[in-house]
Design a protein around this ligand. Sequence first.
Ligand code: HEC
Length: 238
Amino acid sequence: MLDSIYEFLARLGYAHPIHPTEVHMPIGLVVGAFIFAWIALLFQRPKLAQTAYHCIVLAFIWLFPTVLFGVMDWQHYYAGAMPFPIKIKLILAPVLLVLLAGAVLLGRGRGAESKAVLTSYGLCFLVVVVLGYFGGQLVYGIQGPSLPDELKAGARLFSAHCSSCHPQGGNVINPDLPLKGSPQLVDPNVFVAFIRNPKMPDGSAGSMPAFPSAQISDREAESLYEYIVQTMGYPTRK
Ligand code: HEC
């Protein structure tokens, strides 16, 4: 059932997760509500307090399809795996739902001068920012020069064994099968099994060399896995 939805979309030319496309709606509406409420208070524009309230109501309504698409994408693209950013999202999505419901109830008929209303919009804003941050981490991984210490061993293994063929997560031999976004990254066990015995997606032999445990131990393979998913993101293909 779920697969047929994604197959249908792919036939229309839409071949990636749905949640990132429409998550901008609730994010934008919460940010809008927060900004309008502050302008209403600071510049004495009560009408803008109403605008803020309407944004919050729409954000609340839109949260339902957003969570639904998030769960669908999670099942389809991540096979329900539980990497850290997903755990955070599963906790914070219900928190946001409760906060938005509270904001909708509180804001009814109250002006922007109400501190309670402003606080509740502010809390929604904070949660939306954190959710967005972890969404970004899922898609892009941790980037930039400030690599945390625990990823440094993995980074060394990557430069020693993988980066010649997979620079920046690409694939110089077979550009259609980049490392970044690969379904083999769904969890450490799938990943380790793959590098011990690499195959093409159809199961036939390809040209990636195998890395037996004499070359990369199980522990090393796990730190390599952490480095790859934290810096390049989790799977985006199936
Ligand atoms: C000599 C080049 C080469 C090296 C070195 C190499 N790979 Fe690959 N890799 C490939 C090729 C080519 C493919 C495509 C499948 C095939 O032909 O076997 C691939 C495919 C993959 C895939 C699956 C992509 C997909 O979605 O199907 C993963 C994951 C991967 N490599 C991880 C690694 C890791 C981790 C290392 C280092 C331990 C590594 N590779 C080292 C060439 C290489």
